[in-house]
Design a protein around this ligand. Structure first.
Ligand SMILES: C[S@@+](CC[C@H](N)C(=O)[O-])C[C@H]1O[C@@H](n2cnc3c(N)ncnc32)[C@H](O)[C@@H]1O
Length: 325
């Protein structure tokens, strides 16, 4: 590379870093909600995601990695209180087949048409908010469930985001595969539905003008960070359910494993420059993953207990040693 090209390279990177610093200092103070500055590069705000995202200045974040309430109702007060008191609601304990105690999982088959319409509006409002807050070319990774992903993902494209594929997390969630309730012996050869062995994560991108190279220079976004020189980011990732040691650090009912989250978070900023946002931060696991890969990240959650949990869980989660892939 010649001197002129090197100067040009330094100029645009320097500009990106300066803009990122300005944006970071502003957005980590946005809103009136309580907040924990978990580290120099991570902030968690106690706030409703839909309201907070609309307070973000346009083009102030660079990527979103989030695990939302898939069916919405599972984190509504009525059902969430039942989960916390151990009395069910939409949360059910998967049948035990080896004597081991299972964690509750939400049953998405029980959603009514009205609840699905509400779910669609919620994700649509979120997608509109994220679209204005993201810089052009910014990527979104959003978790879903095979029963509901068609609704959620459609709500994102309807808001004007480009669908850029899906990441399939290969994982046995213990959803489905059961025999007909109350007639297990009679229909011992029948499963009501397939046992789920995967989790879809939609990949979306805010549209931009010009080429990917131009957008990378201007905003630091538009593509995905490669795993290495010889290996691009791939859309199938094998990752077992969250380990017990991780759950003990961060006892959230939907805790995602660091090993998986770090791969998505790392890929979400192609140059490693920018700010990652998790609207549904829960235990702070995405923020911890960002810290582990050296990125800045901000999260919101409206639940005070999870907000406090993240304060304890952030450091051990971010320092946890995980297998690279
Ligand atoms: C699936 S969990 C995320 C768990 C997270 N991935 C983790 O590993 O800890 C979804 C989270 O969204 C939160 N939530 C639900 N509705 C919300 C809203 N409108 N605004 C902000 N947070 C919300 C819930 O409190 C819950 O912690």
């Amino acid at each position: 590379m010649g001197q002129a090209a090197r100067d040009h390279d330094i100029d645009w990177k320097q500009l990106l870093l300066e803009r990122q610093n300005d944006s970071w200092n502003r957005i980590r103070e946005i809103g009136v909600g309580q907040r924990h500055h978990l580290s120099d590069g991570a902030t968690y705000v106690l706030a409703d995601a839909i309201r907070w995202v609309n307070e973000l200045p346009p083009e102030s974040i660079h990527a979103v990695v989030t695990d939302p309430p898939y069916g919405l109702i599972e984190y509504e007060d009525k059902h969430h209180d039942k989960l916390k008191s151990g009395s069910g609601g939409v949360w059910r304990i998967p049948p035990s087949f080896d004597g081991a105690k299972r964690s509750p999982l939400p049953r998405f088959t029980v959603l009514s048409q009205d609840e699905i319409a509400e779910l669609y509006s919620f994700f649509n409002a979120l997608a509109y908010g994220l679209k204005q807050a993201l810089v052009p070319g910014g990527h979104i990774f959003v978790a879903s469930n095979p029963l509901l992903s068609s609704w959620t993902f459609h709500a994102f494209t309807q808001a004007g985001l480009e669908k850029r594929g899906e990441v399939i997390r290969l994982v046995q969630t213990l959803r489905g595969g059961d025999r007909p309730k109350g007639a297990e012996q009679e229909f011992f050869d029948v499963s009501v539905m397939a046992r789920s062995c995967w989790e879809p994560w939609g990949i979306f991108r805010k549209p931009f003008n010009g080429t990917v190279a131009e957008n990378l220079r201007r905003y630091g976004t538009g593509g995905l960070r490669r795993i290495s020189d010889t290996e691009p980011f791939k859309d199938v990732i094998q990752c077992s359910p969250t380990r017990k040691t991780e759950k003990e650090i961060a006892p959230h009912p939907s805790l995602k494993p660091q090993r998986f989250l770090r791969q998505l978070v790392r890929a979400s900023l192609p140059l490693g420059i920018g700010i990652v946002y998790d609207p549904f931060a829960g235990s702070g696991s995405t923020l911890a993953a960002a810290e582990a890969v050296g990125y800045r990240a901000i999260g919101t959650d409206r639940d005070g207990e999870y907000f406090e949990l993240a304060k304890q869980a952030f450091e051990p989660l971010s320092k946890m040693v995980v297998k690279e892939k």
